[in-house]
Design a protein around this ligand. Structure first.
Ligand code: NAD
Ligand code: USQ
Length: 402
């Protein structure tokens, strides 16, 4: 298949481009490198050194004998998106290219607006270009489990059957996201569903959980094929952050009580899920939703897993309950269905001590690059955003008192 991977310079886009290329697909990699500029703005950076897209693609050609074509395109530029689609005529498009940090979206009004403009305009430009030039193309769009929030009922895969006043219907599952970023994904989902229903497009919306891990089979083949690894208080995701904290000897920062439960998956499963979605396209007019995660954990359970993995090597790790900078339930019901990708053949890599050890080893290899001042949570939801540095880790009693 000719597959365009949008957001190919990112944590997940680059390993996916490599994986699809390794499977023999004709891959076109697209990005506008804005994430590297956001890092400059935030004073943050990938822990693992990452090469330029030109160098990465050249290295992949040399290592694998396969070529990935690289285009620097901003999805907000409608003409550029249209020209790209006309030029490459993709059979499938994997769309990762969005502002993906919840804390970044909550820094200020301009960061919130920037996030929604970037994400919604980019996705709309793509929908129109595909509709007008390759209407049969399968759009595989990265959504997020956080679209659903934490409802007090089971979470289904995109749709729910409702009986109301004696009548029955199948409707989009209600959404209750927790940040301006997560909200942008909800708006995208509605636009995608509309495009399928009204223009007979075909789309898979992948409501992905929080990803952890540093590498995939393809990325591991050469240091220049490495993908980025974020750990700071704006871009780092929770388990990756805990592993960095453990490696540098800081306490693990559990927000509040730590009962916040989320879906998680290994980065190796991300690339496989995308491949499975691409190989099994929906029918024209079908809007399909897969919940893309493999296991669910509370953030306190995850911290305990990291502590346990360290203890196996005789190392002591502290867990601190820091005041929660977010507005979110810290104790709640959570049961989310995630059957569709398993039915298509996904064989999950469950979280193990070995994986945690592996991530911590990757951190230790790059320990001199850790910017310790960026590790603490940096954005406070409750105060209407604003960049701040969290107070020193405190006790659960203090967190609860607030
Ligand atoms: P990332 O920030 O590492 O990569 C995103 C890439 O998209 C960046 O390289 C950036 O430059 C590019 N991009 C952003 N806006 C663009 C635009 N207007 N035009 C062209 N390129 C643009 O993020 P990631 O962690 O790889 O996440 C990829 C996708 O997966 C995102 O849509 C994110 O919402 C989703 N997702 C990520 C996770 C996770 O845990 N990392 C979990 C669930 C969903
Ligand atoms: N958390 C801690 N301690 C930390 C960091 C986070 O307890 O040091 C908690 C948060 O309060 C939250 C949970 O961990 O309850 C997840 O936070 P996160 O930063 O790991 O993930 P999140 O902000 O939800 O965003 C990440 C990605 C985003 C993706 C989302 C998937 O950045 O792109 O959409 O995970 S999901 O959460 O399923 O919506």
């Amino acid at each position: 298949m000719r597959i365009a991977v949008l957001g190919a310079d990112g944590y997940l886009g680059w390993p996916t481009a490599l994986h699809l290329s390794a499977q023999g697909h004709d891959v076109v990699a697209v990005d506008n490198l804005i994430r590297r500029r956001w890092d400059e703005e935030c004073g943050t950076g990938s822990l693992v050194p990452i090469s330029s897209m030109e160098a990465r693609c050249a290295r992949w050609q040399q290592v694998s004998g396969r070529s990935i074509t690289w285009h620097n395109v901003d999805l907000r530029d409608r003409d550029a998106v249209e020209q790209l689609v006309v030029a490459i005529k993709p059979e499938a498009v994997v769309h990762f290219a969005e502002q993906r940090s919840a804390p970044y979206s909550m820094i200020s009004p301009s960061h919130g607006v920037e996030t929604q403009v970037n994400n919604l305009v980019g996705t709309l430009n793509l929908i129109y270009a595909l509709r007008d030039h390759v209407p049969d193309c399968h759009l595989i769009k990265l959504g997020t489990m956080g679209e659903y929030g934490t409802p007090n009922i089971d979470i289904e895969e995109g749709f729910i059957e409702i009986d109301h006043n004696g009548r029955h219907d199948r409707m989009l599952y209600p959404k209750s996201p927790g940040s301006v970023y997560h909200l942008s994904k909800v708006h995208d989902s509605h636009n995608l569903e509309f495009a399928c229903r009204v223009w007979d497009m075909r789309a898979t919306d992948l409501n992905q959980g929080v990803v952890y891990g540093t590498t995939t089979d393809e990325c591991a083949q050469h240091p220049e094929l490495a993908t980025r690894f974020d750990y700071d208080g704006i871009w780092g995701t929770v388990l990756n952050r805990y592993c960095v904290q453990a490696a540098v000897g800081e306490p693990l920062s559990v927000h509040g009580k730590g009962g916040q439960t989320r879906g998680f998956l290994d980065i190796r499963d991300t690339v496989r899920c995308i491949e499975l979605a691409a190989l099994n396209a929906p029918a024209p007019g079908e809007y399909r939703v897969f919940n893309q995660f493999t296991e669910q954990f509370s953030v306190l359970e995850l911290a305990e897993k990291v502590k346990h993995a360290r203890a196996a090597h005789g190392l002591e790790t502290e867990i601190h309950h820091v005041p929660n900078p977010r507005r979110e339930l810290e104790e709640h019901y959570y049961k989310a269905r995630h059957q569709h990708l398993l039915d298509l053949g996904l064989q999950p890599h469950n979280l193990s001590d070995t994986l945690i050890d592996h991530v911590i080893q990757a951190v230790e290899t790059n320990i001199s690059r850790v910017r310790r001042e960026t590790i603490a949570a940096a954005v406070d939801w409750r105060r209407g955003g604003g960049l701040y540095r969290a107070p020193a880790a405190s006790t659960l009693a203090t967190a609860t008192a607030r």
